[in-house]
Each structure stands twice: as structure tokens, then as C-alpha cells.
Write a protein that binds this ligand. Structure first.
Ligand code: UP6
Length: 260
């Protein structure tokens, strides 16, 4: 996986959103996913607009938006379409299947109607994948399963990570990839490794988050798509910061695939 190009990997991806992401990454030359963790709807739209040309996905925590209203979704989708990136709700579903079915499609956020990608925990077993697979909503959809966390206090151990990967591989048409911190799956080039905890300037925050540099996550840790939040959202100019991360990440990817 690590030495193949995204264009080559697009051909072997079994999940349609994974194939779409590989295409976007290859054509836009970006492996950057922005964690748009802002609490104001207008700020979210502005971020999407400014970072849009430089990202392959916009990751939201939609439940932190103070003034959320369904009217936010249409302009967000319009920006995503215009700049060619995927909307990704980091819901980290973790419950019995029936509850996830409701959380995915109902309530204020109706995630299944706009987010092509979501995250989920494997902790409660495969019910989560069964219900997301059969729910009504966007035709093209995908799930990233969380197998390793970036924070220092995580309770996840190697056995759990391995079981998560096994579960992912049992749903190749639904699972887009794995959220992890190390190159866990090397012989499955159709899956995407998504790695959060990426920042240039600092090593940690004051609540457990740990950061690696963009170069090291791509070259040493197997990251395909890097999630960057505050490294961009707290920058003086978010468009400039997004472009900077995009370039560093892309150069690291080019260096990695050259090592054949
Ligand atoms: N995230 C992590 N670590 C994980 C899983 N998810 O940080 O193991 C998510 C957070 C946040 C983003 O929920 O949205 O990635 C990281 O943001 P930051 O770059 O501002 O720390």
C-alpha cells in the first residue's frame, strides 16, 4: 500500500467513497482533511470556503455548532461540490445497532442525508456497520472505523486495534478506511489510513492530544489522509495554512511512493 499511487489504489478500492477520495487526492494533489472544529455556523462555512481548494475532505463535529440549523447543510454541500471535497461527520458512533440507526438518520442533524463519510467505533461489534449499510440516505457512503487514537490516555490496546481491522475487512463495500496512528494494514491498498493528531508547531495540547509532524505521519506512520484541525483553524490565515499543510503532506506522499 505504502508505495502505490492513489490513482492505482482507486482501481482496487471496493468502497465507492474510498474510490472517490483516491480520485480527488490524485487530481487535487491533496491528502489534507480539515477538522473544522468551530462552534459558529458562519465560521464553518467560511472555513470550508477558504480551505476548500486545498482539502480532500472536511471533517465536522456538527453537534458543536451553537447555531446549527438545517439551512447550514445546503451551502455546505454547495461549497463541497464546487471545491470537490467530501463531507465527513466525525460522529464516532458507539452504541447498539438500533440506536445508531436513529442517530445516523434522525434527530436534528440527519447525518445520513448529507455526510458521505462518518466515523464509528468497533467496540460494540458489527451492528454499527449493518445499520449504516442499510439506512436510507446518500447512495455513496463510507465509514472510517477507529482502531487507534491519537490521545495519550487511550485505553485501546493492540488486540482491540487488530479486531477492528478484521471487522473492517469483513465489510469491504462499506468501510472506507481506518483511523489509526501506525501502518496497521499494508496489504490492503483499497483501504485508506486516516491519521489525526497532526500539527507542525506543537507536540501536544493541554487535554491529552498528541501531535506528529505531517512528514513523519506520512513517511513513518503510513498516513494516507492527514486530519489537521487547530494547526489550520487557529492560524492567522486559514487558506495560507491549509495550502502549507497540503504541500508538505503531498511532498511527503511523493517521497513515499518513490521508495519502490
Ligand atoms: N480525532 C483525534 N484523535 C483521534 C480521533 N479523532 O484528534 O484519535 C479528531 C478530533 C478532532 C481532530 O475529534 O476533531 O481529530 C483533531 O483536531 P486537532 O488537530 O485540532 O487536534
Amino acid at each position: 500500500r505504502l508505495h502505490l499511487s492513489f490513482a492505482e489504489r482507486a482501481k482496487v478500492a471496493k468502497n465507492p467513497v474510498a474510490a472517490q477520495l483516491f480520485q480527488i487526492m490524485a487530481t487535487k494533489e491533496t491528502t489534507l482533511c480539515l477538522a473544522a472544529d468551530v462552534t459558529d455556523a458562519t465560521a464553518l462555512l467560511n472555513l470550508a470556503e477558504q480551505a476548500g481548494p486545498h482539502i480532500c475532505a472536511l471533517k465536522t463535529h456538527i453537534d458543536i455548532v451553537d447555531d446549527f440549523h438545517r439551512n447550514l447543510i445546503t451551502p455546505l454541500q454547495e461549497i463541497a461540490k464546487r471545491h470537490n471535497f467530501v463531507l465527513f461527520e466525525d460522529r464516532k458512533f458507539c452504541d447498539i445497532g438500533k440506536t445508531i440507526e436513529l442517530q445516523y438518520s434522525k434527530g436534528m442533524y440527519k447525518i445520513s442525508s448529507w455526510a458521505q463519510l462518518v466515523t464509528a467505533h468497533a467496540l460494540l461489534g458489527k451492528g454499527v456497520l449493518d445499520v449504516i449499510k442499510k439506512a436510507e440516505g446518500l447512495e455513496k457512503r463510507g465509514v472510517f472505523l477507529l482502531a487507534e487514537a491519537s490521545c495519550s490516555g487511550t485505553l485501546i490496546d493492540a488486540k482491540y486495534s487488530k479486531s477492528t481491522l478484521k471487522m473492517a475487512e469483513e465489510y469491504p463495500d462499506l468501510v472506507t478506511g481506518i483511523v489509526c496512528q501506525s501502518p496497521m494494514f499494508l496489504n490492503n491498498p483499497g483501504l485508506i489510513q486516516l491519521t489525526p493528531g497532526v500539527q507542525i508547531d506543537i507536540k501536544a495540547d493541554d487535554v491529552d492530544q498528541q501531535y506528529n509532524s505531517p512528514e513523519s505521519v506520512v513517511i513513518e506512520k503510513g498516513c494516507d489522509i492527514a486530519v489537521v484541525g487547530r494547526g489550520i483553524t487557529k492560524a492567522a490565515d486559514t487558506a495560507v495554512a491549509a495550502e502549507k499543510y497540503k504541500k508538505i503532506l503531498w511532498d511527503a506522499y511523493l517521497q513515499r511512493i518513490k521508495k519502490n
